[in-house]
Design a protein around this ligand. Sequence first.
Ligand code: BG6
Length: 482
Amino acid sequence: MTPDDKRPGVQPHVVVLFGATGDLARRKLLPGLFHLAISRLAPDMRIIGTSLDDIDDDRFRELVIEACRKFSRRPASSEQHERFAQLVSYVPQNKGAGALSSAVQAASATLQGPARLLHYLSVPPAAASAVIRMLETAGLVKESRVIMEKPFGTDLESAQKLNATIHTAFTESQIFRIDHFLGKEPAMNILAFRFANGFIEPIWNRTFIDHVQIDVPERLSIEGRAAFYEPTGAFRDMVVTHLFQVLAFVAMEPPTALAPGPISEEKTKVFRSMLPLNPDNVVRAQYQGYRSEPGVSAESETETFIALKCEIDNWRWAGVPFYLRTGKSMAEGQRIISIAFRDPPRSMFPSDCGVGTRGPDHLTFDLADDSKMSMSFYGKRPGPGMLLDKQSMQFGLKDTADADDVLEAYERLILDAMHGDRTLFTTAQGIERLWELSAPLLDNPPPLHTYEAGSWGPAVINELIEPRTWRLPFERPWRADT
Ligand code: BG6
């Protein structure tokens, strides 16, 4: 991975977007491509949308403009939207491989130089093999790249099958399995913070760290996505993909270089050292009212919430629990990584002076778009005597001069794929290992609890973490000025 201004410009691209009328395409992918196209980042591209919907170019262009207007995070003019819409065209999937191939040729011919092909498969795994066959028949595989969306299977067997199917057409080096959490600016900042500073690595281990929490409660419910969510649930939707990937960034050894090989090697080593999930260390729950959501079965056993403890059995982390939690319809939307440090071995402070009463010292990363970090510690309360308070140092991305340059996770990752940079993408091997670790839980899921929508989950999660406590809800909110 090189700084963007040191990378050669992106080659002209034709992006073939499968699932082009779907939710993800409208919310993230089309607005992301819009930004890449109108900015200097990937100026020369054409987009061919395709999906099962039988619509024409004009209708698709309307949909694209609507999506960009509604979901783009940056202000843009109608003229920019119109200009972008002229870069897109549409081929209904039922028109077949020939139509797609002609559309790609026509789009390539309008570009400034030889075009590179990037296929974006925003389709469910069951549809992936038909799409891959279509690309083969259309002659669109050679020298192309393909971005795959999760879920990468639903268990080890289906993941292996899916990988085998993709590998019939594409080599691993052409495949970019996207996990948008790794494209979030603050997730990459974990790497910067850990490996660009000399002071942190010496204490980043079991001697100094008591436990780690990766906590991603969501206020959103399933937002009409029952067809996807019912067979998926919180574990497959969020943990196997996003939370475990973030955990790997927190736990990995220093890679030999900031490059795809060394980074995936270290991530895979973390997954290799992780102990298989013990169902006794997992709490599954469903929010009350989930079964009445449109499209959800009245007997649904799908979890909309999960909290679990996992362990990494290596020299750095043996005995340090990692607690993960995520769920829908919870009290707040947060994306927190919290590193809790051990207490000092002895205290010279009298027990009634406040020491230790507000939990351990914490280093906190907030993975929200408006990213923040904080270090909390005990310090002296001003005034006579010796009373201690929990104090903190905070850093917010907004404090930097470059806050406006933040790319949305999808923008960043699509751009990386255009550059052929796989550093932030996951590998077949890594994914399969995660399913292997998940097998005991999937084979033997613990009973489903319920929780009130708008809460922090069922009370039993407190037993999971005892004698420690969940960091959220925060005792003190982030300071408003960061
Ligand atoms: C998606 C999940 O991958 O990530 C959604 O399918 C979830 O269920 C979303 O809401 C969370 O992503 P973000 O970037 O909004 O935190």
